[in-house]
Write a protein that binds this ligand. Structure first.
Ligand code: SF4
Ligand code: SF4
Length: 462
């Protein structure tokens, strides 16, 4: 494609033509950097289209814990992921060149659009762009019950007490949530559908205008509100496909029936498969069959994380290299079946072959850095069955007892510091020379691996 053809296609009214041209510009950025930046000079829509493509191909621009991000130094400083450092260095040079060539107003507008579209660039643009605060939807995860009908060896909640939050306490929690402008409630467990008051909880959240989404094994009787499709508050279900299903026809039949009903009711569903330390009898092929039968095109997979005491069958780092072929096969099967496979928990990408690491980074938002820091460290606020707040299901320290008077801002002041410290902490010896670490694009793993109290005081990652 000649440069003139490329320009014509970029200006085309045909979306497909534009998309092809944008991909070409992004993939050969050093050659077409001027066309890339011109999308950010005037028009919000072309900026958005270009940014969407760029975030896929240059994940460096996309994520990052930008408040703590260190300023980019010479690419030679980085021994791990040095190629990414090189291409980022070219990007920054071209960006400054472009901005310097613009008049005052256009330059400011370009900087603002870049700041808005690329969180990964914000350290570079600090002080030069008008920083807009992006509001996050406030959410609260509540461990409503420790009960479950399954016995998964990898379960994160393995040591949770089998008790439930009483209806009276749950009413206090809902009032608290409403006072503190919580917009989404995530019941968690155990199996949340086994919560004695689940029908009531769905009705109450609906009455209060609070939305819900949650993870479930979907193999128990569904609450009436879900059976008859009358719930407007449930926005999405993350349905776990557990190994036990494949050894028990009755469970599998309940699961398939519930899945069919949810699909018929129009519930948005993402399937979830867990890869754990001893899953020699895995059922990865069946995951895809279930997805295809139910016409679901999204599968979320995770290497399982350590439970509170680290006694579940979680994937230790020593095991990751050996497990890479399994993940590679799952990603290939996703492509073969046209099912989007995403990674649910951050992975130490340096342990993967570079081509695979880059592929994972490009196509997965949370592949190496989770979103627990969003909303000033409150994005994954959790409340345990014994009514204690913690920053996330994977980070249960510090914890603060629930009280009606406690305010969102008080919790935020405590938890944002804890989350920031854990996300900044290096995980492996060579993190300090890694480009992804310095751009805060990799935190190594789920923060549950870094908690010092686990395994009698030793973090599970070491
Ligand atoms: S930050 Fe650390 S764990 Fe992540 S890829 Fe770099 S070296 Fe590996
Ligand atoms: S800390 Fe772990 S459990 Fe929490 S959001 Fe990050 S990856 Fe998920």
């Amino acid at each position: 494609m000649t440069r003139d053809e490329l320009k014509t296609m970029l200006e085309s009214r045909d979306v497909t033509f534009r998309r092809v041209a944008i991909d070409e510009v992004v993939m050969s950025f050093p050659v077409h950097s001027d066309l890339f930046f011109s999308a950010f000079h005037t028009d919000d829509e072309s900026a958005m289209e270009m940014a969407n493509a760029a975030r896929q191909w240059m994940p460096v621009l996309r994520d990052g814990y930008n408040d703590a991000m260190t300023k980019f130094e010479s690419p030679g400083k980085y021994a791990v992921f040095s190629n990414l450092a090189e291409s980022y260095s070219v990007f920054i040079k071209e960006m400054y060149k472009d901005i310097a060539s613009l008049d005052g107003n256009t330059a400011q507008r370009t900087k603002d659009l870049l700041w808005y579209n690329f969180p990964g660039l914000r350290t570079e643009l600090k002080g030069v762009a008008n920083q807009q605060k992006q509001d996050r939807r406030r959410q609260l995860m509540v461990f409503v019950t420790g009960k479950c009908n399954m016995h998964c060896p990898y379960c994160f909640s393995m040591e949770l007490q089998k008790s439930s939050i009483s209806k009276t306490d749950m009413m206090r929690v809902l009032s608290w949530a409403q006072r503190n402008k919580v917009q989404s409630l995530l019941p968690c467990g155990g199996e949340p559908l086994m919560y004695e008051n689940i029908d009531w909880l769905i009705q109450e959240t609906e009455r209060l205008g609070i939305k819900m989404y949650f993870a479930t094994n979907l193999s128990v009787r569904m609450p009436d509100m879900m059976l008859n499709g009358k719930s407007n508050s449930i926005e999405q279900l993350h349905v776990h496909i557990t190994n036990e299903l494949f050894n028990d026809e009755r469970l599998m039949s309940t699961f398939r029936n519930n899945l069919r009903l949810c699909r018929e009711n129009g519930t948005d569903i993402i399937l979830r498969g867990n890869i754990f330390a001893d899953d020699s009898e895995n059922h990865y092929d069946e995951w895809f069959k279930i997805a295809k039968d139910a016409d679901i095109n999204a599968l979320n997979v995770a290497f399982t994380i350590p439970s509170h005491k680290g006694i579940n069958s979680f994937v230790h780092f020593d095991l990751i290299r050996a497990m890479i072929p399994r993940l590679r096969r799952i990603l290939e099967q996703g492509r073969e079946n046209n099912i989007r496979v995403s990674i649910a928990k951050p992975l130490p990408l340096c342990l993967f072959p570079e081509d695979m690491a880059l592929d994972i980074l490009r196509h997965n938002h949370n592949a190496s850095f989770c979103n627990v820091n969003e909303d000033d460290g409150m994005h994954n606020l959790s409340l345990s069955t014994d009514l204690r707040f913690s920053p996330c299901l994977g980070v249960d320290e510090p914890s603060v007892p629930f009280s009606d008077e406690l305010g969102w801002d008080t919790l935020r002041d405590i938890f944002s510091k804890a989350i920031g410290a854990l996300q900044s902490q290096t995980l492996l010896e060579h993190c300090d020379s890694c480009f992804l670490y310095h751009r805060r694009l990799c935190q190594g793993a789920c923060l549950s691996y870094k908690q010092p109290r686990r395994n009698g005081g030793v973090p599970c990652g070491n």
